[in-house]
Structure formats: C-alpha cells, structure tokens
Design a protein around this ligand. Structure first.
Ligand code: 13P
Length: 332
C-alpha cells in the first residue's frame, strides 16, 4: 500500500532548510580528495562523510543528507549508525540510486543512466538503513547538435520508470536531469536546453499519471557555459532560471532543489539568494549542494584529525549561508 509522501516533502522543505548531497561515487570522491592531497581511500571517504554527519547544529540548516550506497551502512566509532545519529537530530537519510552512466551508442559521447534492473530490490534493502527518499541523476551535455532527441528521450523514459518504482516502494523520488555547464554557450542556450528537457520529462510523467506533488526536481541553475565570453549577474541567473522553471515545471510539483554544478560556494549562494528574492514562486525551493559544500570542508580538513573541528565549523558556516540564501538575506 502506498503512503502519502507529502509530509516528507513538507519536512524536507522546512523553512531555511535544505539538503547536503554527500553521495558522490567512490571514484568521484577520490578525484576531489586528490585535489587536496588527501589519500584516495575508503577510510578518508568515510571520514569526510562522518565529518558531515557529526557536525554539531547542522540540523538548523539541513533537513536531509543524500548518501552513496557505500556510506549508507557506516557507523561512528561508538557503534551508532550514521542514519540513527541523523534521525536523532531530525535529519532524514536519502540515497543515490542510479548506478553510473554508459554511452548511448558507440558513436555517441552522450550517456544514459544505469541501475533500473536492480532498483526495486535495492530500495527494499536501503530501508534497513533508514532511507526515505532517493535520487536519480542523468546528464546532458550542451554542444553541436547536443543534447540529441535520442539522449533526452532515452533518459526521460528511464526517469519515468525510476519514479514509478520509487513511489511503489514508498520512497520520495528526486529526479536530477543535470545540464552540464561545460562549454562556451550563452545563458540563453542553457535556458532553452534545460526547458526542453524539463518539458519532455514532465509531459511523460503526466502521461503516466504520476502525482507530481510526490516528486522533487533537482535541477541546474540556468547559467552561461563555463567558457562563455559573456558572464551573467545573479539577477540575470535568477530571472532566466525562474523563467525556465515556471515555463516547464508543473506548479503542483512537490518542490525544486538546486545542484551547485561546479559553481564556487559563493556563486552558488549568491545565485540561490537572487532566485529566492523573487516572491510567490509556485513550488518550495531549496538547495541540494555537493561540491559547494564539500570543497570548503576538504580545504579546511586536509585529511587531518586535528583539522576536523575546523572543517565542521566551515560546513556549518556554508550551510548557514545557503540557509540565509533561501530566505533571500544572504550577505557574503
Ligand atoms: P553538485 O552540487 O556538486 O553539482 O552535485 C550535486 C549532485 O548531487 C550531483 O549528483
């Protein structure tokens, strides 16, 4: 029997609260550790996530944390599991359930997301570790004739199946179709591409009678490509992002969270702040940052025990900034 996920949606979008995405695949986490000369080991990956889980007072700004399967069953040195510690502080555990990407075809550089075949069984298993919501990511590259219709259609079909399996198993699904910022395209191209993908996605979900109020969209902000000649101000990012989303995301959707997409922590918060200064948006808005939170923490930590408190203070600071951005009152 399916349950209403609306209370969970309301909880995750509690005032001034958002999500930490601590769910990188092991090899992606390793790449980030390497950037700070931290050994690329399971031990260090786990320690990073432990820093997040044990940061005092983080529950003031965070309602949920998304983990990778690798972390879900972890315990603290006192034997308590991550999810028990989080639950006792009112933080809900989520799980990344996609299993990486494969090329659409041998001649293509575009990718589709894997993991549907085993999803139902894994969801059942993840319940043991307190997971209540889940996340599925696909990526879209902007380039010559990209993203192709094939890439969009293939990935949205997978999203629709994922959503149904998640809902059947009483998980709140987050759908993350990420348009990458790599490239020299102007902001308008990002807007048009993001909108095209979201329109196709929600049209399919609607056709399949998905209850949008039980679904969360995790999306990129609308930005110019990283190599674009013309940059955009926070107010332009906000205007284009909101224009894109109001034109493509059903107004009864549970909520929208933003990924940071390789922006610096400051940029991500400035853009979020500008978006949240716009009043009367149809859906609740929040953040679900990974790198924007992870980089300042790794920088402070450097993989050393004696820096853990410093790293946790940093995490508290950046999540507080994002919380203030949600209220449109962030001041760098
Ligand atoms: P970033 O915030 O680093 O873009 O990551 C978000 C995410 O969850 C990627 O799956």
């Amino acid at each position: 029997m399916s349950i209403s996920l609306k209370p969970l949606v309301n909880y995750l979008f509690g005032p001034g609260k958002g999500l930490v995405a601590a769910d990188d695949k092991p090899d992606s986490t390793n790449k980030r550790l390497e950037e700070f000369n931290i050994p690329e080991t399971l031990e260090k990956r786990t320690r990073y996530r432990e820093i997040v889980v044990t940061t005092t007072n983080i529950e003031k700004y965070i309602s949920g944390i998304i983990f990778h399967e690798e972390t879900l069953s972890n315990t603290l040195s006192d034997g308590r599991s991550f999810h028990e510690v989080l639950r006792s502080r009112g933080i809900i555990t989520g799980i990344k359930v996609d299993q990486g990407l494969t090329l659409l075809s041998r001649s293509s550089i575009e990718q589709k997301t894997n993991g549907l075949e085993t999803l139902a069984d894994r969801l059942l298993d993840y319940k043991k570790f307190g997971a209540q919501f889940c996340k599925w990511r696909s990526v879209f590259t902007i380039g010559k004739d990209m993203p192709t219709d094939e890439c969009i259609n293939e990935n949205i079909k997978i999203f629709a199946k994922y959503t149904q399996i998640a809902l059947q198993n009483n998980y709140l699904p987050i759908l993350e179709p990420e348009v990458l910022t790599l490239g020299d395209h102007p902001i308008e191209v990002c807007k048009k591409t993001t909108q095209q993908i979201l329109l196709s996605l929600f049209a399919l979900l609607d056709k399949e009678n998905v209850d949008m109020s039980q679904v969360i969209l995790k999306t990129n902000m609308v930005l110019p490509g990283t190599d674009a000649k013309i940059k955009a101000s926070p107010s332009e990012v906000a205007e284009k992002t909101i224009g894109c989303l109001t034109g493509s995301v059903p107004h009864n959707t549970g909520g929208i969270v933003f990924l940071s997409g390789g922006q610096s922590t400051l940029e991500a918060n400035l853009h979020l702040n500008a978006i949240c200064q716009v009043k009367s948006l149809p859906w609740p808005i929040s953040f679900s940052f990974d790198r924007a939170f992870m980089y300042p923490v790794l920088k402070a930590w450097q993989g050393r025990k004696e820096n853990i408190v410093r790293a946790q203070n940093e995490l508290l600071e950046v999540t507080k900034d994002s919380s203030q951005a949600l209220q449109g009152v962030f001041k760098p």
